[in-house]
Design a protein around this ligand. Sequence first.
Ligand code: SAH
Length: 346
Amino acid sequence: MKATLAPSSLISLPRHKVSSLRSPSLFLQSQRPSSALMTTTAASRGSVAMTAAATSSVEALQEGIAEFYNETSGLWEEIWGDHMHHGFYDPDSSVQLSDSGHREAQIRMIEESLRFAGVTEEKKIKRVVDVGCGIGGSSRYIASKFGAECIGITLSPVQAKRANDLATAQSLSHKVSFQVADALEQPFEDGIFDLVWSMESGEHMPDKAKFVKELVRVAAPGGRIIIVTWCHRNLSQGEEALQPWEQNLLDRICKTFYLPAWCSTSDYVDLLQSLSLQDIKCADWSENVAPFWPAVIRTALTWKGLVSLLRSGMKSIKGALTMPLMIEGYKKGVIKFGIITCQKPL
Ligand code: SAH
């Protein structure tokens, strides 16, 4: 693994506390009082206060997420580079891509997301928060593209350290920085980010309503919010829940990838509408990401992939064994790759 281990003092912090590795002071706010956490399911249908047991299950989930990324990020970087998200491909593209082709597809995912949300160079994006930043690939790309200041947050101390090291190595540390912080309790003042970016982190959030409220809180008036995330299919009229076999498939994925209950793209749209956000748009990009997991599996099955996988540990191995379920989920239409975007009113 390339990433070095973070000091144990960071790892042992309670998950609702933040530990700042390095951050421009303009973004920082003193520790926000921790408000009551809310239930995880049926985000759009209203939430109730959590019991102590549920709160501790959120803490256990977040510990699991941190440990998962502490263990697996080095392996991912070694094989796939610094973007820990799907690539964006032309639908039905039958071409077998090279490794660099897949990396380009991951950059294309960032570009397509910005384009879909109408974020262009003319928009004068000065400050960006990268919520669930991984090892900071999006932040560094966006900072370079717009000349913006970016701050990324992750639950994994290993990721935050590696992201900062890469920023320094790429002479970007005056523009981007990363810290361990919880997306549900962000250590930032209200209304300061022109772009609030969440690339494939929403699926980890145990309380979607609280997650969205935090994204909206930190967005500047007129700021753009972009959520690109794994969803389950929208429920049809009158349907109360997914079919048992569908739920069973998702539950198996949840266990190894440290995910709470899933929601649909429409659930996100409902949440954004309930908060009176503007220019709400969403799309289903499932077809555009279809080549991704087969490609990840192919790289895992190479000699280098197998050796790295075995060295990385059980969480990585279990993650690899779960990948075919992602393919099955997309093929059967249970899993949807969604983008949801909106603007905070001026
Ligand atoms: N956006 C990155 C990484 C995606 S992986 C990329 O595209 O490369 C998911 C990320 O979400 C991890 O960095 C994980 O630590 C982060 N994450 C999950 N739950 C989080 C939470 N509650 N607060 C902050 N980060 C979280």
